[in-house]
Design a protein. Structure first.
Length: 439
């Protein structure tokens, strides 16, 4: 055991796998064993490993200017170009971009901007933000409060109430639907519950609603049909902003450029990270509408500055790698590729519903989750069985991730080909079979 405090790791079970190198869709451990990366690192290494274009652009940028801040009127052309390119890509009109270092700090930025915005327009009481159970929005102090997973709250004494964070239903029909309730009825019940929460708290006190289009760490949960249409209408009715957290789903993951477009979400704010740079270097973006940006300009001018930002906001090397990543996506038509290959990938994965331990398979494009159960008829969740399958996958050279207890998550690099999609499904199939034989 080293002196590292590992992130999101049981401190008694550290260093089970040492990754030494990677190439394409594969990584290799310190003993030379090959694994296909079924989770793209952490839902993020979209271009795979060893991309020479990204390596070269990072080297070139370091030679030109390795670091310069964006404080007090200073800037650099690569950061300006990245912001312009990103703004043009997003499904928002004239989006304005604030750069950070992680999805967590981008969501913190949104919370601060909300307070700033409503204070300067004379509505200081409008501070509450509604998140959802099983949501994941990060682990910084404020982002942890938005996250709706109990493990991220235990022992931390998070200021959830002090930050005016509320949580509403997770839209998982398989797990949360009532007996005899249709998917449409389930959807309407959740929207009715959300409206009741808004009315109980007071619409004039609620600033925003935040959601991942597809819950990632909460179990790869896709919403029921029509869910976001109804939620959007409700938010518009009560003049509540929509923050769309696209940290996992952005940049082609669902077969669309952004999942916002797949679900017709009209966001006022968007959170971006991970695949923004294919995770080669840390960078995030908090995107806001031009209206929000325009509203904060004059008050900030009176104060003398907009007093928010990080040492590494818009770091030039990170920005250069991110810009090249976006260019590769467009040049190689990887969003289209993810949609086409994603259809095949989902079809192959759906073959696994034949196993008694697979209760549900859900996904879109190149992201998927398998719900593992011990009793299919009763939908009995079984985290232990999911852990055993995940361990077998690792033995068989497939990396995936167990999330929300009993879900096995898959999110391979966008660059995978058909034979690699088959390899992932075949190794997962073998691992399930081996696990069931040895139960």
């Amino acid at each position: 055991m080293t002196r590292i405090i590992y992130p999101q790791t049981n401190p008694n079970e550290t260093e089970q796998l040492i990754i030494s190198r990677g190439q394409g869709a594969y990584v290799y451990d310190d003993k030379g064993k090959q694994y296909i990366e079924g989770l793209a690192g952490l839902w993020s290494t979209s271009l795979g490993y060893g991309n020479e274009e990204l390596i070269e652009v990072a080297n070139q940028q370091m030679r030109e200017i390795a670091y310069t801040p964006m404080f007090a009127g200073k800037s650099h052309n690569i950061g300006i170009e990245l912001a312009e390119t990103l703004s043009d890509m997003l499904p928002m009109d004239d989006a304005r971009i604030f750069f950070g270092n992680s999805g967590s700090d981008a969501n913190d930025t949104h919370l601060k901007l909300l307070r700033y915005y409503f204070n300067v327009i004379g509505k200081p009481e409008k501070k509450k933000v509604i998140s959802r159970h099983r949501a994941y929005h990060g682990v910084t102090m404020a982002a942890s409060c938005l996250t709706g997973l109990p493990a991220f709250h235990q022992h931390f004494n998070l200021p959830i109430d002090e930050l005016n964070i509320l949580h509403t239903d997770c839209p998982h029909y398989y797990r949360n639907g009532l007996p005899g309730e249709s998917e449409a009825q389930f959807c309407q019940r959740l929207v009715d519950n959300l409206e009741q929460l808004i009315l109980t708290e007071g619409p004039d006190t609620i600033a925003a609603f935040i959601a991942e289009p597809i819950n990632g760490a909460g179990g790869v949960v896709l919403p029921p049909q029509g869910y976001f249409d109804k939620v959007q209408a409700l938010l518009n009715k009560y003049q509540i902003f929509f923050i769309c957290d696209e940290v996992i789903t952005g940049f082609g993951r669902t077969g669309h450029d952004f999942a916002s477009r797949a679900f017709d979400i009209d966001a006022d704010m968007m959170t971006l990270a991970k695949a923004l740079s294919s995770s080669y270097l840390p960078i995030s973006a908090a995107a806001v509408s031009a209206n929000i940006h325009e509203t904060i300009r004059e008050p900030a001018n009176k104060v003398g500055a907009f007093a928010h930002g990080y040492t590494y906001s818009g770091h030039p090397v990170c920005a250069a790698v991110a810009l090249k990543t976006l260019q590769i996506y467009e040049r190689d038509q990887l969003f289209i590729h993810a949609g086409q290959l994603g259809c095949y990938f989902q079809q192959r994965l759906n073959e696994l519903i034949k196993f008694e331990c697979v209760g549900e398979i859900r996904g879109m494009g190149l992201i998927a989750g398998l719900e593992i159960v011990s009793d299919k008829a009763n939908k009995t969740a079984c985290a232990e069985l999911a852990a055993n399958i995940a361990a077998r996958c690792l033995e068989n050279g497939l990396i995936l991730r167990q999330v929300y207890g009993n879900t096995l998550a898959l999110c391979p690099p966008l660059i995978i080909n058909k034979s690699q999609a088959d390899e992932i499904v075949d190794k997962l199939t073998l691992s399930i079979e081996q696990t069931l034989i040895h139960r």
